[in-house]
Design a binder for this molecule. Structure first.
Ligand SMILES: Cc1ncc(COP(=O)(O)O)c(C=O)c1O
Length: 388
């Protein structure tokens, strides 16, 4: 039976914005990938250490599901906390030299929980212009007074804090920025925060497992790990190859989150399989700390290849290399050409990046070999020729 077409302002509006997106080349689509190797070299995922398909990590997830069940069965405060969650939180906190970790069901929700619990309308939040969307959403939801400062500009942050009219203040930044792959000046930001009595919230989604001694992260590298006025958020879905997120901070901050973070309290706990896999990935990283340096090294190799092929490439602090294109349609065409040459790359267009900043994003993996780099080189040379 055919359903009658219902018309309403919302449905008409959806149809109108869809047509606008199509005209602007901004339509997005889901393309399920195949289970095994699909013939494409993957330079698009966030599996920086190659652990998402590591047999030991998969087995640990399976064992956790067998032992604890497929789902966590409830919110962490009711029935969704297991000994596995707790032991992983201890491992994670130890790894980044902080007092306590708290696992959330995604990195997005960890950011939402941390920021909405620590900032309110009596707080000034100073936010880098290129912060990740989850940080921006969290700041909006907190109801705090917001000052967006130019990208990686400590003097602007200091100025914003000096002029604040709110009693409390917080500075929020990605460590490694997700699109450009550059690094926030964390040591400087922390000194500024300390002088101004502000808390520094650092999203280490792209830096834990890649930066710092043995992959312990950008805060460790900056010498600010474990400081009581630093709050770190991470995702378990990039270097750790699993799923989920965490806030890692002082005992006082984490206790406060348990009592007040709505994305922790009103959300089902992370599935045991994800916790088991992430814990195993962290154990592997501790045994094989060279993985972090390898991921960074392969990113530098990709950058050198891109520069030689004529691309404008950013200098990666970690595993993310960005190739500036400009027009969204040109970025899509370049990504398609790479794919036809056997290489999957990321393609970023508005609203993920500002207008005219469309780009390709290459993400390195510790396990990339010489043949992979050769293949990347061929694809990037051809795509650059097409653009010129
Ligand atoms: C900087 C940053 N923060 C947070 C997230 C969200 O993490 P998750 O995917 O675990 O929700 C991402 C990406 O996914 C990210 O790139």
């Amino acid at each position: 039976m055919t359903q009658a077409q219902v018309s309403s302002p919302v449905l008409r509006w959806i149809s109108k914005v869809e047509q606008e997106r199509v005209a602007a080349g901004l339509r997005r689509g889901l393309r399920p990938r195949l289970a095994g190797f699909d013939g494409l070299l993957d330079l698009a995922s966030n599996d920086y250490l190659g652990l998402a398909r590591d047999a030991r990590v998969i087995r640990a997830g399976n064992e956790a599901a067998e032992h604890w069940g497929a789902g966590s069965t409830g919110s962490r405060l009711v029935s969704g906390s297991t000994a596995l969650h707790e032991s992983f939180e201890i491992d994670l906190a130890q790894f980044v030299s902080a007092e306590r970790g708290l696992v959330f069901s995604s990195g997005y929700l960890a950011n939402l929980g941390a920021i909405t619990s620590l900032a309110d309308k009596d707080t000034l939040v100073v936010s880098d212009a290129l912060n990740h969307a989850s940080l921006i959403d969290a700041i909006r939801l907190s109801g705090a007074d917001v000052m967006v400062t130019p990208h990686c500009d400590p003097a602007a942050v200091e100025g914003a804090l000096a002029e604040r009219t709110r009693s409390k203040a917080m500075v929020v930044t990605d460590a490694v920025f997700s699109v450009d792959g550059d690094l926030a000046p964390l040591a400087e930001l922390h000194s500024i925060c300390r002088r101004a009595g502000a808390v520094l919230v650092v999203d280490e989604a792209h830096s834990v497992g890649v930066l710092g001694n043995e992959g312990r992260g950008a805060c460790e590298q900056a010498g600010i790990a474990g400081e009581s006025d630093v709050v770190v958020t991470v995702t378990l879905s990039k270097s750790l190859g699993a799923q989920g997120g965490a806030v890692i901070a002082s005992d006082a901050v984490v206790s406060h989150l348990v009592d007040s973070a709505r994305s922790f309290i009103f959300d089902t706990g992370l599935a045991p399989a994800s916790v088991g896999s992430a814990q195993q990935a962290l154990a592997i990283l501790r045994r094989e700390p060279q993985l972090a340096g390898q991921a960074r090294g392969r990113a530098q190799d990709l950058r050198a290849i891109a520069l030689a092929a004529g691309w404008k490439a950013t200098d990666p602090a970690g595993a993310v290399v960005s190739l500036l294109v400009g027009e969204p349609a040109a970025a899509v065409a370049a990504a398609k050409l790479c794919e036809s040459e056997g290489v999957r790359v990321g393609c970023f267009r508005p609203p993920s990046v500002p207008d005219q900043w469309s780009r390709l994003r290459l993400t390195a993996r510790a396990t990339l070999g010489l043949t992979d780099l050769d293949r990347a080189q061929q694809a990037l040379i051809k795509a650059a020729e097409q653009l010129s």
